[in-house]
Ligand binder design. Structure first.
Ligand code: K1U
Ligand code: ZN
Length: 186
């Protein structure tokens, strides 16, 4: 049995879907603005399964389609301890964000090894289609609210490090480029 329940409306898959490659910062494709999903069809359902498998394999709590070089408004999230409560957001729209904000530590699968504080609304209300194409409203707070805002930034072509000072951004870019150069040399 795969380590997660099926995407809403789907069926259990007995073989793991192939994993997707996660783009690494500062790849310019991470700055692409995603377009709305036109239809929740078989292609999108297969993409959801592959994104969930990729997110679980990387021990992430979220993944935006932008990060796997698909520029459509789709994110997957699972903030549960048991890693068995996948959430699929298609064409998400933030309907309300709390004026109260909090600075919390964030990481990103596209910027491995870098963690820093970002100021976010502490609660959000989001409207989105689920994996079955049904319209849902999600009221989120805590880590889920932070993760939704982080993933929706990805869909707008924004990576969390862009909230940091130019000095920090420069250092992170240098570190990432160096790490990639060393990885390709090995
Ligand atoms: O979008 C992504 O790259 C996934 C990212 C989501 C995220 C983590 C923390 C705060 C906001 C958004 C990750 O899953 S980073 C992976 C990670 O190691 C992590 C997991 C839980 C909490 C903090 C970091
Ligand atoms: Zn990220």
């Amino acid at each position: 049995m795969p380590p997660h329940t099926p995407a809403e409306g789907g069926e259990y898959r007995m073989t793991a879907p192939p994993l997707l490659t996660i783009l690494r910062y500062p790849d310019p494709r991470l700055h692409t603005v995603a377009q709305p999903v036109q239809a929740v069809d078989e292609r999108i359902r297969a993409l959801i399964e592959r994104m969930l498998a990729t997110m679980y394999d990387a021990n992430g709590i979220g993944l935006a389609a932008t990060q796997v070089d698909v520029h459509e408004r789709l994110v997957v999230i699972d903030v549960s301890e048991e890693r068995n409560q996948p959430l699929v957001l298609i064409n998400p729209v933030i309907e309300w964000a709390s004026p109260e904000t909090r600075k919390g530590e964030e990481g990103c699968l596209s910027v491995p090894g870098i963690y820093d504080g970002v100021e976010r609304s502490i609660a959000v209300k989001v409207r989105a289609l689920d994996g079955a194409g049904q319209s849902r409203v999600i009221e989120a707070e805590g880590l889920l609210a932070v993760c939704i805002q982080h993933e929706m930034d990805h869909l707008m072509g924004k990576v969390f490090v862009e909230y940091l000072s130019p000095l920090k951004q420069g250092r992170i870019k240098t570190k990432m480029v160096k790490a990639q150069r060393e990885a390709t040399r090995a």
